[in-house]
Ligand binder design. Structure first.
Ligand SMILES: [Zn+2]
Length: 386
């Protein structure tokens, strides 16, 4: 099995599927590999048609079954930083090197290597394979795949997102919501502040409200929160505006974020801040009718909320035995699947520490252990009716 996996991994690494660049050759390769196995395949495309998500099913029709999911894209490289060419696999000391070996073509190669085995089994529950595009730059692909899945089915029982967790079971991660808020006031001489509208002053009041809301978040966190710190957090990272001490600032920009542990916290901050913004704008417009406060969403990557006893965590228990459920600080597509109604867990070969870096690699022993669990998924779980 490992030989098959490494052959597929060589092929996958050779596709330079850097985020925001086309991935159709890679998807074609997977289609041509899965179709002869009897897989039923649905592709969904980016608006410009240069990228595709793949959703393939082996085994019976209908709802239920397990999704094995990975993103097809990788982060960019500077070949000068690499000991060997990044888009050619290289084997040294029990590890395979190449861009995407850990994040996350190693997992995808394991899944594809297992596909003929799954196809040969008398599956009682479906096995789905999901590949997305542009995860590494704004999570553009997965929402399109999930929209199609929610609309036309099937509804899977659980998804394993094969991000590199060192094969530890990750049951939750915080979200990352990023925003840019632009304040447009009216400049004037600082000796006559009443005849102008200071964008800087209003930005400060906006930030003050953001911090008040941040201070209210610890009380909203569950008492058994696994995170450090245990609650959702907010941060105003950049503030820029004004031109001189003696001038009332006409413009100001604030870049801020929140890292919610639960969607309700994000809703709370957004709702309260919107109300505060409305009140501030009304005040600004008393002096200057064109004054404005506009918030642009940079990204809203939902977290994976911890769900005790979720089908995804029960599945991992069946596969791996008793295992601690961990939390991580990086984002994945798991939260998007969860929001679409598919219970999710993050579990895959390789370490996140080597991802996104030169000389990215994965241990062959990790790939072997991954294959073993995926085989068990077929033999012990998917061949049995619920
Ligand atoms: Zn990844």
């Amino acid at each position: 099995m490992l030989d098959d996996t490494l052959k597929i991994l060589d092929d996958l690494i050779a596709f330079e599927s850097v985020a925001l660049t086309p991935n159709l050759e890679l998807i074609d390769y997977v289609v041509n590999y899965l179709e002869p196995l009897g897989a039923r395949i649905t592709l969904t495309h980016s608006p410009d048609q240069t990228k595709a998500n793949l959703f393939a099913t082996l085994g019976p029709e209908g709802n239920g079954g397990i999704v094995l999911s990975g993103h097809s894209d990788v982060v960019p490289v500077d070949p000068a930083d690499w000991a060997t060419p990044p888009f050619t696999t290289d084997y040294r000391q029990g590890r395979v090197y190449g861009r995407g070996t850990a994040d996350m073509k190693g997992f995808i190669a394991c899944v594809l290597a297992m596909a003929p085995r799954y196809a040969a089994l008398d599956l009682k529950r479906p096995l789905h394979i999901a590949l997305t595009f542009d995860e590494e730059d704004g999570f553009h692909g997965a929402p399109i795949l999930l929209e199609e899945l929610v609309r036309n089915g099937p509804t899977p029982a659980a998804v394993i997102i094969g991000e590199p967790t060192g094969l530890r079971v990750v049951g939750a991660h915080k979200g990352c919501f990023e925003y840019t808020t632009t304040f447009t006031g009216m400049n004037g001489h600082s000796s006559l502040p009443d005849q102008a509208v200071s964008a800087v002053h209003y930005a400060v009041r906006f930030i003050a409200r953001l911090l008040e809301l941040g201070a209210a978040l610890p009380a909203l966190a569950p008492t058994d929160s696994p995170y450090n710190p245990p609650s959702s957090t907010v941060n105003a990272g950049v503030i820029s505006g004004g031109i001189a001490r003696c001038t009332v600032a006409g413009d100001c920009v604030v870049e801020w974020e929140m890292r919610p542990i639960q969607d309700s916290d994000a809703d709370f901050v957004r709702t309260e801040l919107a109300a505060a913004t409305e009140a501030l704008v009304a005040e600004m417009r008393q002096t200057h009718p064109e004054a404005a406060i506009e918030t642009e969403t940079v990204c809203e990557v939902r977290g994976l909320e911890f769900a005790e006893g979720s089908p995804a965590l029960l599945l991992m228990g069946e596969l791996l035995g008793e295992n601690p459920v961990e939390v991580v600080s990086y984002g994945t597509e798991a939260g998007l699947f969860q929001a679409a109604g598919v219970p999710a867990v993050v579990w895959g070969p390789g370490d996140i520490e080597v991802a996104h870096k030169p000389d990215e690699s994965v241990a062959l022993s990790d790939l072997e252990a991954c294959l073993e669990s995926l085989e068990k998924l077929g033999l012990d779980i998917l061949t049995k009716t619920l």
